[in-house]
Design a protein around this ligand. Sequence first.
Ligand code: NAD
Ligand code: MG
Length: 385
Amino acid sequence: MEKKKIAILGSTGSIGTQALEVIEEHADKFEVEVLTANSNADLLIAQALKFKPNTVVIVDVTKFEKVSEALWEHDIKTFTGVDALAQVAAMQETDVVLTALVGYAGLLPTIKAIEGKKTIALANKETLVVAGELITKLAAKNGVHIYPVDSEHSAIFQCLVGEFQNKIEKIYLTASGGPFRGKKKEELLEITKEQALKHPNWDMGAKITIDSATLMNKGLEVIEAKWLFNLQPEQIDVIVHPQSIVHSLVQFEDGSMKAQMGLPDMKHPIQYALSFPYRLTSSSPRFNFMDYSELTFEQPDKETFLNLSLAYEALEKGGNLACILNAANEVAVEAFLNDKIKFLEIAEVNQRCMEQIGFIKTPTYEDYVATDSETRVFANSLIQK
Ligand code: NAD
Ligand code: MG
């Protein structure tokens, strides 16, 4: 494998820091070209001094002086603001852009990276949820590959290697079920953010951890899967698998199923997205059957975890509905993390926004931008009450 130059958008987060561990383990295969962060200046500076990228972006303007002062004498270019973030995504020297930033903020930089013909390693699922049709068309037009980092989608992707000619009958996305698996609505009324932030199997950023507790994460992943693998809603099923060992499965037309398995460790799908089509060595711990006498599977509870039903509705109706759901959910999760709404109200805010905001069947980029901001205003008005 030729050495690849990597841009990491969101290098200070859970995925970003694990990606840097992968790169460090394979310093002969990868080098860091760009690092970006929202506001964690100290970590961004430390990462830049260690990995010596060409360019860094700190989105938060108030941190710019600190970052540029620390890095200028090391010959590392420093920029700030959302426009800079979008611009560096398309920087000429980069081979692969890892979108490890969280939420809608990933949309524009991903578009710019695709227009710049960069291979995309996609962790930022919200981008495909918001504008999957636009992104996949743009990628096809520019001959750009989008390799999934999300563990379930990486599993599907790995199962499909060598199956190019063969039709998928359906896929099963596995879900851990989150910390409240098996609980009913009455038991979830007084859930605190501390309880919701404790995920049984994965250590992730705050937003996706809450999304995992509400099953919104699995809902977003269902939509993400549609766009990555060109599937119809009825071809995508969710199965709860609390051990998180089977990362997802593909069922082919002959009824045969392929699964991809391993210990829950995001470094594996991150590395595969960066190294594809090659597999590189890894020092990560190996799965031992003797530690898992049972792997279990059960149906998700779509009534208690309404967000999963909302995602299927958005998937079936299409248009800007998933964009509405995503924006509502970003606002609602932040409000929950700031103790402004209760756990079950997250899905209620999402549902109200989906009912209220105008539906657009074939949205343009401008429509997505308008839908996102209109939904945020409405969601916030629900929260203030
Ligand atoms: P995180 O909160 O730990 O990190 C987010 C990163 O994005 C940080 O570097 C932060 O500085 C940056 N960022 C945040 N808001 C930004 C903004 N408005 N503009 C620019 N940069 C911003 O999040 P994470 O858990 O690493 O998740 C990142 C993405 O990967 C999410 O889309 C998530 O759904 C997806 N993902 C994460 C995991 C995981 O294990 N953490 C697994 C699968 C998918
Ligand atoms: Mg996932």
